[in-house]
Design a protein around this ligand. Structure first.
Ligand SMILES: [Zn+2]
Length: 401
């Protein structure tokens, strides 16, 4: 990031966007009466609740890339959808000098209320059974240490997200990309729940080395969709109060999960295969990870939410166009944002607040402004911005502390 961007820029950007547009229209988010001059002093309550359904948050030293992280060992290869694989390799001058950016500062700057903070478990060096669990617990400990500093909170239920919105307190929803830590032991779902995990993406790219949960959308299907253990994991998540995320799952896996799920599910980050942006090379690379309208509709029809990716959008304008395509396909009650960026990266295209070259302020303020420009109603901006995710998160975690 550029250290010249900070709280001051956040306020300026939020203030510019908040004014007469958001303050009046978002009854569920804004205070009942807001003085006209309040727009000049942007408050978090003046902007809609914003949730990034899929972000990568790695406290310094915990990146799941063997050459940089604490896990050691060789990279495991294979195709990847993570931030490190999302675009061309950075030029040396684009590399941040350090990763000692403040999580709280970047979250505030983004304008988002919360991000689902996801650890890509199969990018870590899991060489033998037990390694994936150990790597995940190590990352949890690093996150715990970050939270102990008191600048960022963890959301365990909907009340925590509403509190984050009301108080403007940067918040994460603890998540993981790939449930490789389970290794046939269902009790481990309870273990990570106790550590604060509330959002579990069943699959990524590699199979669980002990007992796979289902076919992915990038591998050769060989499990017949969701496995029996995968079904048990979905049920256990529903029982405990963990959001089930079916990003990277094959169509058969999604159908299997919906058969046993008692709560709505999400697909945190993808695009429609009918909206592939203006970069044919990237579109081709990402094609296996995109979903058909039919795939999107079965998730939406079950009450779920689909997060739209930033990866195929070359600009803010294109991103909102891709959101619109998803809204047209499944309805505005079933669309969210899942950037798959890294809040702490300062690289253009990779960092949440650096998602596009023209992004001068925070990510969410810019998206809200562009959605308005493209004609989205304020109520719909709030839904896509975070209320839809909250609906699922609230239902799944209802009654949990
Ligand atoms: Zn992914």
């Amino acid at each position: 990031m550029s250290t010249t961007h900070g709280r001051r820029d956040f306020l300026r950007a939020a203030g510019a966007l908040a004014a007469p547009t958001l303050l009046g229209g978002l009854a569920s988010c804004a205070p009942a009466r807001v003085p006209a001059h309040a727009a000049a002093v942007a408050s978090t309550a003046a902007t809609p609740l914003g949730i990034d359904m899929h972000n990568h948050v790695y406290p310094a030293g915990t990146e799941p890339h063997p050459q940089r992280g604490p896990q050691g060992g060789p990279p495991q290869g294979g195709p990847s959808s993570g931030p490190s694989q999302a675009g061309p390799p950075p030029r040396p001058e684009e590399q941040p000098p350090t990763r000692e950016l403040s999580l709280a500062e970047e979250l505030k700057r983004s304008g988002l209320t919360a991000v689902s903070a996801s650890f890509v478990l199969d990018f870590a060096a899991n060489l033998q059974p037990g390694d994936a669990r150990a790597n995940l617990l190590r990352w949890f400990t690093a996150i715990d240490q970050e939270l102990e500093k008191g600048h960022v909170r963890r959301a365990r239920n909907l009340g925590d997200l509403r509190g984050a919105q009301a108080e403007g307190k940067p918040t994460i929803i603890q998540s993981v990309e790939g449930a490789h830590f389970i290794e046939g032991d269902l009790a481990r779902v309870g273990e990570v729940y106790e550590r604060g995990l509330r959002h579990l993406q069943l699959l990524h790219e590699k199979d669980d080395m002990v007992s796979p949960l289902g076919d992915t959308n990038t591998g050769v299907a060989h499990l017949g969709g969701l496995t029996a253990l995968g079904a048990d994991v979905v049920k256990e998540c529903n029982r405990l109060g963990i959001v089930v995320d079916l990003a990277h799952a094959s169509h058969a896996t999604v159908l299997g999960a919906l058969k046993v799920a008692t709560q709505p599910v999400i697909i945190s980050h993808t695009n429609l295969d009918t909206w592939t942006g203006r970069d044919p090379r990237m579109a081709e690379r990402m094609r296996p990870r995109l979903i058909s309208k039919e795939h999107a509709k079965v998730v939406a029809d079950a009450g779920g939410v689909i997060g739209v990716w930033t990866h195929l959008a070359g600009s803010l304008r294109e991103f909102v166009e891709s959101v619109k395509a998803m809204v047209d396909a499944v309805g505005v009650d079933h669309v969210g944002m899942g950037t798959d960026t890294d809040l702490l990266s300062s690289r253009v295209g990779h960092g949440t607040n650096e998602a596009w070259p023209e992004l001068a302020g925070g990510f969410f303020q810019a998206v809200v402004g562009e959605m308005q420009r493209q004609g989205f109603a304020l109520e719909d901006i709030a839904k896509v911005g975070g209320e839809n995710y909250c609906r699922v998160f609230g239902a799944v975690t209802a009654g949990r502390a």
